[in-house]
Ligand binder design. Sequence first.
Ligand code: ASP
Length: 333
Amino acid sequence: MTRLPALLLAALCPAVFAATPAKPLLVIHGGAGVERATMTPEVEAEVRKALTLALTRGHAELAAGKPALDAVTAAITTLEDDPNFNAGKGAVFTHDGTNELDASIMDGATRRAGAIAGVHRVRNPITLARAVMEQSRHVMMVGDGAEAFAKSVGVTLVDPSYFRTERRWEQLQKALREERAGQASTDLETAKHFGTVGAVALDRAGKLAAGTSTGGMTNKRYGRVGDSPVIGAGTWADANCAVSGTGWGEFYLRTAAAHTICTRMGLLKESPTKAGEAVINGEVPALGGDGGAIVLGADGRFAMPFNTEGMYRGWIGADGVAHVAIYPDERAP
Ligand code: ASP
């Protein structure tokens, strides 16, 4: 069909065009704190396999015509269950040797949102964030109250020991040694971030969703909460844009990173690449922070900016082929 008749037809029967299904797309990250020096071939292979599985599971939801929220939930629960990521099992340890988990989710079309912070016993924090969104009148719940709510709605609780892995325990011991040796002048300098997980999706109806789940930062203390469960900082979705961030949370909070990226796309009409770069390689490092993000527009364009050595990431489109990358030199979309 030539352009003019197509435009005429669109004007006369907008419903025909409005009903045209969007091409489903899922983009995920598994954290921006990747360090080449500490990476082993075994961990790299496991991470690539896990990212592929998360993409495949999320894509199956979209291919079945399910909403973007289902794809985001499926991808994130897969990564939460994998001990290689700092979310769910394998979460980093606090200064006191506990695991405190944070998560959030947002539905772009309705701007409903749910978030939880500082929970110790919720096996899949993203499912509790979603329950807060769908089964309560609130947006954010923390600590014991959030766990009481989890119990009341049947979200799976586990013994806190479930989250423990030796690798994360060793990371805490190293951070504590550095702290004792005075190698860091502030609490935050020994609080390292690794492996937070997130997903953004576009479903067949053209609707977007975003979600993020994390154990926060190694050696965090005093009930510290980062950006991941804060709507607008670590997670944001609206009708045009969906973002999940990963990085030094204090700086994502101070730049309202996820919301700022979407606002730039909405008001300044910037592309996901331009808006993402402006925040992740502009505002965040200008304040002293680091990290990355995944950014998806309602037109299916997406970007995965980061300013660290690597970021676990991947995407899968309508063809169902999973693409996974870690370092900057790997193929971009
Ligand atoms: N943003 C997370 C936090 O600050 C950490 C991370 O992304 O790895 O809690």
